[in-house]
Design a protein around this ligand. Sequence first.
Ligand code: ZN
Length: 471
Amino acid sequence: MTTIRRSRMGSFASAAMIRRDVAELIRPPRRIRASEAAADVMKVVGGDGTVRDWSPDATPYMTEPLDCMGSRRYDAVIFVGPARTGKTNALVDGYVAYKIECDPGDGLIVQISEDKAREFSKKRIDRMLAYSPKLNARLSPRGHDNNVHDKTFRAGNYLGIKWPSKNVLASSDYQFVLITDYDRIEDDVDGEGSAFLMGSKRTQTFGSTGMTLAESSPGRLITNEDWRQPDGEPHMAPPTSGILDLYNQGDRRRWFWQCPQSSCRRWFMPVLETFNLGSAVAFCPHCSVEIDPREKRALNLNGRWVPEGQSLTVDGELIGTPRKTRIASFWMEGPAAAFQTWRSLADKLARAEETYQLTDSQQSLQTVINTDWGRPYKFRRATTQRSSQRLLDRAEQIEHRTVPAGVRFLTASVDVQGGRIAASSCRFTDGGRIARPGWSTASTSRKTAGRTMIARRVRSARQRSLRIGTC
Ligand SMILES: [Zn+2]
């Protein structure tokens, strides 16, 4: 009889438990920076079972993006960077820890597949919750509230760990949606649009407290091979779909280091262009001084994010006007990654280049450029294939309506459009050189344009007048 009574009593909550649960429900948000909260409550469990505090000093470039996620000034944060930067640990695990501890709300983590969601839940979220005492105390004690893909907390907030599909992304509202490995998710999820657009719709209901994150290394090809960096937009990424397209829509912050040379002290981006692949060291593009790999940590600790339109003075003052947008976007490259050595970066690229030379396959090259260097890949065309820009680059300026020496024959063409006729000529020389088009004209009458063409005369290098006829 006693046993039965005890088990019945066990199924009811104690007054103390109820008081604690109710206190959780009415707990006001803690107003501290997201990075401070993560440092305060989050433990990081290594693959070897070691447990340590999460420290912003290990990956100093993550503090600002994480704090932007906790700010009401932004609706979304976009982070583009190579592997081994600690980006998922800071922006997904760290932000979840901040929300559980300081500002409870329903959230969704989107992994690239169901398998990856399960793995992420067991290896990252479960371990973080188990080894972080303050977070563990927030977890609902009821066993049925928590399984692999769903976590519920004492304050009533819910965390889903799922994958991109119409069912997941097109129904419930969440205060935050965190999308990882964005460029490994297809552009169009179940015919409903991009994962980012669908995710940001889910957070819209929450107004300025909603947050959508997309983080990834670039994984899409550059769509316009002839693209050149526009004047006045040095932080713009080349045209691609996916994460770099989202980055371009934001305020385009790039990571800068200050040259350690006391006579220089100017700021530069640690990227492929400022990296000597031969000696595997970064260098300052202003004074050309090569940087000792041991200085990387100190340079990162002193590093700064600089938005498009702004620059840093040698005294570290940010000047200029940033783009006005509610998307904070960040892009950093391989040389600044905390957990990747410069020697390994250079070696991986050299090996991928060797594979390309031997096999003509660009797969390894693309993987290294994307995931180790954090850059979009520009497909290398065989030299026999031409791009319009490469042809234009070969154009030579010559005196109008003359035929330069070496020209073997001329062509003239007329393109008949709806209400317009365009005419041009090309001169072909020995060695396949192509001269710039000689002229163009527009007319509403086909007859007039034809007569204009026929009446054109050009002078050869020997000053002979030549007439172009029709054929
Ligand atoms: Zn310098």
